[in-house]
Design a protein around this ligand. Structure first.
Ligand code: ATP
Ligand code: MG
Length: 353
């Protein structure tokens, strides 16, 4: 009897510990955000171009950009302003590479029209070294934040999230020039609060690549080796730089995210730093995915994850196959294919001047 009481107390303490650890992670994230906001040269809440956008709070700071919640005084709505800035201290090579990536990001993003992809409204040139993309604002934080807060999702919630991500990937893959996102991870999946719980939109096309044709067998040369977040990238991206990659890179990432949503941890290198993953070749050795005994997960969900986490791209499901998998089949498919909006012309004009 006493033994059972102790066991229960142990479990309670472990649960409390886990909850406190999650709170700690969220505090660390918030401290970093405030520090970045204080250090930002844009933190004086200045109004950009024609006094139209008022910067309010810093939402996130990535490697090379800052994303601010802002208010659009023309259309009376909240937007997100992603500010890209060349650092004057960088060498010419780094500057050129940064500009190339930033321009590719906005070129790809501005043509995308899908309910599960953050919309890009406008592009502003702020000065010679700075430009800003104005994006649809998602008010529910990102999935990384959600997972830090709650640990994991139920299988049903996971299906909702993953179904929408796969919808967006299917749209990206069915374009005349298919797009590989290449940086799919919880921090790049944004949540929208509102009546429909777990409405998600993918964002951050900073590492994405456009393929030339929609031929299924087509693949492009890997140009971003060493970029991205290693927990979510497939083995082929750690191989020789001349290796060919395809939209199946994103399929692997979907498998990792799905696993993490359900089990609360990543399948490969969960406790390892980025450097250790690289040094130890963790993902290069990721040939088999193991499922923990708890929580209990359906065979369908496990099969879905297994199909995504096939080591060889040739054995891995493609996006279309994935979208037809029983695990997500029932989640609504709302593919909207529209030509580039007229506003994209303005953007190009803007950047050319
Ligand atoms: P990283 O290098 O970390 O990938 P990044 O500089 O490429 O970041 P994003 O990923 O586009 O920038 O945005 C960084 C963070 O800002 C996101 O993780 C998200 O929390 C927040 N964010 C970005 N866009 C939006 C948006 N449209 N609405 C709300 N929040 C956003
Ligand atoms: Mg990002």
């Amino acid at each position: 009897m006493k033994f059972y009481v102790l066991e229960r107390e142990d479990a309670e303490i472990a649960a409390e510990r886990e909850k406190l650890e999650r709170e700690r992670q969220l505090h660390i994230r918030e401290i970093k955000r405030v520090q970045h906001e204080d250090d930002s040269i844009f933190n004086k809440h200045t109004i950009q171009k024609n006094d139209r956008y008022v910067l309010l709070t810093l939402l996130g700071k990535g490697g090379f950009s800052e994303v601010w919640r802002a208010y659009d005084l023309d259309s009376y709505r909240t937007v997100a302003c992603k500010i890209h800035r060349v650092n004057k201290q960088w060498g010419d090579h780094k500057k050129a590479s940064y500009v190339k990536h930033a321009i590719r990001e906005k070129d790809i993003h501005k043509t995308l029209e899908h309910p599960n992809i953050v919309k890009m409204y406008e592009l502003l040139t702020i000065d010679q070294d700075t430009f800003c993309t104005v994006l649809e604002y998602c008010d529910g934080n990102d999935l990384d934040h959600y997972l830090k807060q709650h640990g994991c999702l139920t299988e049903k919630e996971t299906r909702l999230v993953i179904g929408q991500v796969v919808d967006a990937l299917r749209y990206l893959g069915e374009r005349q020039s298919p797009v590989i996102h290449y940086d799919l991870k919880p921090a790049n999946i944004l949540l929208q609060s509102g009546c429909r719980k777990f409405e998600v939109k993918i964002t951050d096309f900073g590492l994405s690549k456009q393929m030339e044709t929609s031929d299924d067998c087509d693949s492009i040369e890997l140009t971003s080796q060493g970029a991205g977040t290693y927990w979510y990238l497939p083995p082929e991206t750690f191989k020789d730089i001349s290796v060919k990659i395809s939209t199946k890179v994103d399929v692997w990432s979907v498998g990792v995210i799905c696993y993490q949503c359900i089990y609360g941890k990543r399948p490969f290198g969960h406790d390892q730093t980025q450097q250790r993953i690289l040094n130890e070749g963790t993902i290069l050795k990721a040939t088999v995915v193991n499922f923990p005994p708890k929580p209990t997960v359906s065979q369908i969900a496990q099969d879905f994850i297994r199909k995504c986490l096939q080591y060889e791209p040739s054995n891995r499901a493609d996006v279309l196959e994935l979208s037809r998998h029983d695990f997500i089949k029932s989640v609504s498919r709302r593919i909207v294919q529209q030509p580039a909006s007229p506003s994209s012309r303005t953007m190009r004009d803007d950047l050319d001047h």
